[in-house]
Design a protein. Structure first.
Length: 161
């Protein structure tokens, strides 16, 4: 005689674990497994509704690998692969320059074509942080020249600044 009492439960658990691995590997919004390149786009999901707007947030995304620590949360800059699903919040200072397009992460050193990081100009290192459901945020400098999308998903970068 064989005891079959534990086998159905083990089989069900094994099936459930296999299904979770299979679905998790295909789902958008998963963390990158390799260090992110300077110009790499990531599909980390889609931002939900706005949950907070904070002005006067100090941050300077000079290279694109700087993290922003705000109210106990670490935010990582990234360029969304699905940019059409990311809308820029409407209220921001543009200093008369009109509505600037969204850029993934603004790199002050790249924008100004210098080999080293330049010191922030007026309005470059403070701005407005808009937080969304789903672990996403958008930061734009007070002068409207620098902006970046951010995520709470931990990202490792392959480049140094």
């Amino acid at each position: 005689m064989t005891d079959m009492s534990g086998r159905p439960m083990r089989a069900a658990a094994a099936c459930a674990a296999t299904a979770m691995l299979w679905l998790g590997g295909c789902a958008a919004g998963s963390s990158p497994t390799e260090p992110v390149e300077w110009d790499q786009e990531l599909d980390l999901g889609v931002p939900g509704e706005t949950v907070a707007v904070t002005e006067d947030v100090e941050f300077y995304p000079a290279c694109g690998n700087e993290t922003l620590n705000h109210d106990g949360t670490t935010w990582y800059p990234f360029t969304p692969a699905n940019g059409e699903d990311f809308t820029v919040p409407s209220a921001r200072a543009t200093d008369g320059l009109g509505d600037l397009p969204t850029v993934g992460w603004s790199r002050a050193s790249a924008v100004r074509a210098l080999p080293a990081v330049v010191a922030p100009g007026p309005g470059d290192d403070t701005g407005t942080l808009v937080e969304f459901e789903g672990g996403f945020a958008h930061w734009v400098s007070d002068n409207g020249l620098l902006e970046t999308w951010l995520t709470t998903t931990t990202i490792s970068y392959s480049f140094l600044c």
